[in-house]
Design a protein around this ligand. Structure first.
Ligand code: UTP
Length: 458
């Protein structure tokens, strides 16, 4: 099987493996599509000419913040609430990434991000989902994608915490696929150990195939789930169940609606929403040429203002349609440092990128979507991802906690509570889901002068 593909090196240590090692390696090798890997390796230097595409791109159709006031917002909220109450909306949480930049020893979902409580990312997302369901009096199932790297630990953690109050029936866990890494110079697959391939999760775009392989789609059909609110585990600000966002998606009759934040500078490290030849795309920041990124309109605003914050709503029927379309999601090829076992059995810890990894991205679904829509939100309301270890300029745990405290302080102040400057305050989703939830609490404190965690049993 390996010979026609020139990959016999994978069996170099076969003679010294025990039965379990042989079985593991054989299973992993059987699961690899060697033709696909060879084809991807061949394409490694073919790059999409994003520069040319970006030069003929135009900004996306979007609902801007200024449009989202008054009557239109009310209508959006009404439609969103209706869909939730009818049990048509599920949550899709992706938590399969390796979290390599953060350098946390566990799956990122376990990271204690709560600035006062130390609540984990998973606790926050699960409680938001639970409270959304309670608020609308319907079930809001949570579909959570793990990967072989993060599965066992997250399953055990959720079990230990009783899924943070969500019933077992309303949590559907499914594991995404993996892709091997290949040596950049030769295209040969790398071994992580003598009895194991180097495999990594196949990107958040792996969600589509994993939804299908796991049986989650029939589960959605059975329950009557028509739309999925997609978020990534690293963003505790993701406004799960935001009725206006869901409503805008429904009003536009969209297959795929994305949340955007206005970029602060032309070179913000966010994907850029752009319309190219009538279809909506996300152009990665590294692919957007400087002159295009810096383009401004007559009023001085950035033309490509819309940065992606990885929060979307998809129609379930759209995902099903995409499954029938082979290669709807292309692989992106990244040069990475991949530690491995070399031909003579030594461990190699590369100092420079030595390998190619293959990943799919969820936003590549966008060009296939009918009536795609972008909806603008203020960054401080919806987006602060935990990406980097302490010391980085942004997206560190401290940075995210500052956003969380800032948001909760704003909610309280807007509802009339006096919060002293510089005081850390955190609101559990169980106490209040959002600004509206805070305003509705009759037991809201009149003033807060010391570190406070507002929490509630449900
Ligand atoms: P990132 O691409 O930022 O990766 O994922 P990461 O794993 O969090 O961190 P690094 O790059 O290794 O430092 C964004 C979101 O997509 C999920 C992650 O769990 C995170 O929620 N993701 C990413 C997956 O679910 N699967 C993947 O294969 C990749």
């Amino acid at each position: 099987m390996l010979k026609p593909h020139g990959q016999e090196q994978l069996l170099r240590f076969w003679g010294e493996l025990d039965d379990a090692g042989r079985q593991q390696l054989a299973r992993q090798i059987e699961a690899v599509d060697f033709e696909q890997i060879a084809a991807l390796y061949e394409q490694r230097s073919e790059t999409h000419d994003w520069a040319a595409l970006a030069r003929r791109a135009s900004p996306p159709h979007a609902v801007r913040i200024a449009d989202r006031i008054g009557k239109n917002a009310d209508e959006g909220r009404r439609r969103g609430a209706e869909a939730l109450a009818a049990g048509k909306v599920g949550v899709l949480l992706v938590a399969g990434g390796q979290g390599s930049r953060l350098g946390f020893a566990h799956a990122k979902g376990l990271f204690p991000i709560g600035p006062v409580s130390g609540a984990s990312l998973l606790q926050i997302h699960f409680e938001k989902t639970l409270v959304t369901a309670r608020r609308h009096g319907a079930s809001v199932p949570l579909y959570m994608m793990t990967s072989p790297v993060t599965h066992d630990e997250q399953v055990a953690f959720l079990q230990e915490h009783d899924r943070f109050g969500i019933s077992a029936e309303d949590v559907v866990l499914f594991c995404q696929g993996t892709m091997p890494a290949v040596d950049a110079a030769s295209g040969k697959l790398l071994l992580a150990e003598r009895d194991s391939l180097f495999l990594s999760p196949d990107g958040h775009g792996g969600t589509v195939a994993a939804l299908s392989a796991s049986g989650a789609l029939p589960d959605m059909r059975r329950r009557g789930i028509e739309h999925l609110f997609y978020l990534q585990v690293d963003n505790p600000l993701a406004p799960i169940g935001d009725t206006e966002f869901i409503g805008d998606h429904l009003i536009a009759d969209s297959d795929f609606t994305s949340m955007a934040c206005a970029k602060q500078t032309p070179h913000d490290r966010l994907g850029n929403f752009a319309r190219i030849d009538g279809r909506l795309h996300v152009i990665e920041y590294s692919d957007l040429p400087d002159d295009v990124a810096e383009r401004r309109d007559a009023s001085g605003s950035l033309v490509f203002w819309a940065g992606s914050v990885a929060i979307h709503i998809f129609r379930v029927a759209f995902i099903e349609r995409m499954l029938a379309l082979k290669d709807a999601l292309p692989f992106h090829i990244a040069r990475k440092k991949v530690p491995h076992v070399n031909d003579v059995g030594e461990r190699v810890e590369p100092k420079k990128p030595n390998a190619l990894k293959f990943e799919r991205f969820i936003f590549d679904l966008l060009p296939h979507a009918n009536n795609p829509l972008v909806v603008e939100y203020a960054e401080q309301e919806v987006f602060a991802p935990v990406k980097n270890a302490p010391g980085a300029r942004r997206d560190t745990p401290e940075y995210v906690q500052r956003f969380m405290v800032g948001q909760h302080r704003d909610w309280l102040r807007a509802a009339g509570t006096r919060v002293a400057d510089g005081v850390a305050v955190e609101i559990s989703p169980r106490w209040a889901l959002d600004a509206e939830g805070v305003a509705a609490r009759a037991d809201r404190p009149r003033s807060i002068d010391k570190t406070t965690y507002l929490n509630d049993a449900i």
